[in-house]
Design a protein around this ligand. Structure first.
Ligand SMILES: C[S@@+](CC[C@H](N)C(=O)[O-])C[C@H]1O[C@@H](n2cnc3c(N)ncnc32)[C@H](O)[C@@H]1O
Length: 280
C-alpha cells in the first residue's frame, strides 16, 4: 500500500524519488515550472502546495528540463482565471481534471463548495497520493482518460468543467477525436479547456527531440496549427456553442499591446501553442 504524506513537516524530512517514466514523468516538468514560478518575486501566482511537493521530491529537475519555461505557468494561470470566472456562476460545480498529475489547481481556485475529480493513470495517481490526500470534495480516480467509464462517475447537474492541461498532445489524433466527441455527446452544457501544440512541435518530438542532453521529450502525436483548430473541432462536433482561444504566450518583457499586434500576424499566430476553451 502506498502511504499518504500530506504534512509539510513529514515531506521536508523525507524526500521521495518518484518512480515515473515516459508520459507520466512529464508531470514533474510542469510541477517544477509552477513551483519555481511561485517562488519568484515577480510571480504570476502563489502556490505553496506546489512548492511543498517540489521540495519533497528527490529528482534533478534542472538537469532534465533546464530552466523553467514559465509557459506552463501561464497555461495554469489562464485556466485558473477561467475556472474562477466559471465558479462564480457555478459555485457547486464539478471540475474534472484529466491527466491531473501533481497539479494543485483545485487549491488555487477553491471556493469551499466546488467539487473536483482528478483523473490520471494508476502510476500517476499513486505518485499524486504520496503528496496529496484525496478528500470528499477533491476525489482521485486512477483511470485511463480514453476509457469512457470515468464518465459514469460524473454528475453534471451543478455544472461541469473539464480541464485537460498538457494531455491531448500525448494522445493519437484518433484518440483525441474520440474523447472529444464522447465528452461533447455526453455532457452538453459543459465547458472544456485543453491545449494544443503546433504541427512543427509535434513533428519535432516524433523525431526524438532532446529538451536537454539528459531528457528526450515523449512523442506528441497530436498537433494542429492555430488556424486549423476551430474547423477541426466543428467538424468533429458541429453543435459546439463557443470556441475561444486564450492569450497563451510566453511572458515577455515587451508591452502587451505589442504582443497583441504580433498575434495579429497569422503566420506567427498559427505556429504558437494554443489554449482552447470550448463551451459544448
Ligand atoms: C504534462 S503532464 C500534465 C500534468 C498536469 N495536467 C499539469 O499540467 O501539471 C501529462 C499528464 O497526463 C497523464 N496522462 C497521459 N496519458 C493519459 C491517459 N491516457 N489518461 C489519463 N492521464 C494520462 C500523465 O500521467 C501526466 O500526469
Amino acid at each position: 500500500m502506498m502511504s499518504v504524506i500530506n504534512k509539510p513537516e513529514t515531506a521536508a524530512t523525507a524526500r521521495l524519488k518518484p518512480d515515473l517514466a515516459g508520459i507520466p514523468e512529464t508531470m514533474l516538468w510542469t510541477l517544477y515550472d509552477r513551483a519555481i514560478e511561485s517562488k519568484r518575486p515577480d510571480r504570476m501566482f502563489s502556490d505553496p502546495e506546489a512548492e511543498r511537493i517540489f521540495n519533497s521530491i528527490d529528482y534533478d529537475f534542472e538537469k532534465n528540463y533546464g530552466a523553467p519555461t514559465r509557459l506552463f505557468s501561464v497555461r495554469a494561470m489562464l485556466i485558473d482565471a477561467a475556472l474562477k470566472k466559471w465558479l462564480a456562476r457555478h459555485p457547486n460545480g464539478l471540475v474534472v481534471s484529466l491527466g491531473e498529475g501533481l497539479e494543485t489547481q483545485a487549491l488555487r481556485v477553491d471556493n469551499g463548495r466546488m467539487r473536483w475529480l482528478s483523473i490520471d493513470l494508476p502510476e500517476a495517481i499513486r505518485t499524486r497520493e504520496l503528496f496529496i490526500a484525496p478528500t470528499q470534495r477533491f476525489r482521485h480516480l486512477a483511470a485511463n482518460a480514453l476509457d469512457p467509464s470515468w464518465m459514469e462517475d460524473v454528475d453534471p447537474r451543478s455544472g461541469l468543467f473539464i480541464v485537460a492541461q498538457g494531455l491531448f498532445m500525448y494522445l493519437q489524433p484518433s484518440e483525441v477525436q474520440g474523447l472529444f466527441v464522447e465528452i461533447a455527446r455526453r455532457f452538453p452544457g459543459a465547458d472544456l479547456i485543453f491545449d494544443v501544440v503546433p504541427r512543427a512541435m509535434s513533428e519535432l518530438t516524433l523525431a526524438g527531440h532532446r529538451q536537454t542532453p539528459h531528457y528526450v521529450i515523449p512523442s506528441m502525436p497530436w498537433g494542429l496549427d492555430r488556424n486549423e483548430i476551430e474547423s477541426t473541432l466543428r467538424q468533429w462536433h458541429p453543435g459546439l456553442k463557443r470556441i475561444d482561444f486564450l492569450p497563451y504566450r510566453h511572458p515577455s518583457r515587451r508591452p502587451a499591446l505589442f504582443e497583441k499586434l504580433l498575434d495579429k500576424l497569422s503566420w506567427r499566430r498559427n505556429k504558437l501553442q494554443s489554449l482552447v476553451h470550448v463551451s459544448v
